[in-house]
Design a protein around this ligand. Sequence first.
Ligand SMILES: Nc1ncnc2c1ncn2[C@@H]1O[C@H](COP(=O)(O)OP(=O)(O)OP(=O)(O)O)[C@@H](O)[C@H]1O
Ligand SMILES: [Mg+2]
Length: 416
Amino acid sequence: MTKIDVLDSIFEEFFRNAKIFKDREVLRHDYLPTHFPHREEQIRHLGKIIAPVLRGSRCSNIFIYGKTGTGKTAVIKYVMQKLTEKANKLNAPVKEGYVNCRLIGTEYRIFVTLCASLGVYVPFTGLSVGEVFDRFRITLDSHKVVFLIILDEIDALVKMRGDSLLYELTRINETLRHSKVSLIGISNDLKFKEFLDPRVLSSLSEEEIVFRPYDAAELKSILMERAKLAFFDGVLTNGAVSLCAALAAAEHGDARRALDLLRVAGEVAERNGDEKITEIHVRDAEKRIEHNRVMETLKNLTPHSKIVLLSVYHLNKANISRAITGDIYEVYCELCGEAGLTPLTQRRVSSLVNELDSIGLLNARVESMGRYGRTKKIKLGISRSIVKEAFLQDERLGRLIQYHPGCLPKNMQGRR
Ligand SMILES: Nc1ncnc2c1ncn2[C@@H]1O[C@H](COP(=O)(O)OP(=O)(O)OP(=O)(O)O)[C@@H](O)[C@H]1O
Ligand SMILES: [Mg+2]
């Protein structure tokens, strides 16, 4: 068969097997539902707080907090969409500027984005932050609007850049004559509050709304609602949807995770040519998602962390199931030499081991050595095959996976 024929038959088979998804788009992360089970109270509360902007008053600043996947971003986008519709109908001078602080990153770019929401273009470089801020303020005042600024993932901004932008924004109303600003800050991490000046904090959280995690029953009803749009009738079994909900509930009630499990389970069923989505597909989906998550984490490590991990891999391959830092350091130095990198100090490597331990890629355990005190023993926290798979895709360090460290067999094999 030629290549084209192969593809033809794949496509045809896909259409023949297209009995699972009615509309897979509704399971994508950026799909915005029109109904939010178990968030009615938060939506009502938000509505009551922001309603005054439709009459030209500023509303209280709001701080929204909730763990990841509890619907904060989706709900605020929905509420803003509704507000804009209403404002247009009433001809009310209301504008909104949405910024994801983790993606937008710097004060400069945040002001550029806010200017863009007001329809004004500011160059991406060439001005000082102070100048962009002034442009933003002047533009805003000339628009004569109530401007709602939504700072999503605000903790990322504060952790990276401090609270100076928030300080300016919480005081901006003092310098505006024709426009007004209200702020909505959103975070899944409460710790960032410690980095805020108390005045900024009290101003930002004039109102606070908490999105608590969903339990399994709530997740199940969210999934059922989405599944009605996503799958053909009778495709999704009750066992599968319950399992998706239970797995996500066990992991801090994350609706994003539940929806991902459902989508991937559907894809697995589709690829197998099955007619129903069952618990087996969900289990398979769980493994695939976990695999992708680990691969992603591995790819994003710094070169030195990668080499530390690889050192444990090689030790493990040489039958040293739990290594001590000294052994790891020896292999690490050799691999650095091979890769043309200058090794870090043993102390730095030791802290990299701790970091890798905290994200689950390594597994460190302190063991008692009787009267010789205690020592830390380290092993891989993931399978050797996934490390190999990730490194084989790594252009720079890939070949180190096949390399055999000279310090290994003679001195160490069978030592522990
Ligand atoms: N009550 C709900 N009803 C329907 N879908 C929901 C509900 N809550 C969350 N979702 C969906 O779950 C996914 C995750 O929600 P969202 O992105 O709003 O989480 P988040 O709280 O902003 O998380 P993070 O803190 O990680 O940004 C989205 O696809 C969203 O549509
Ligand atoms: Mg979010």
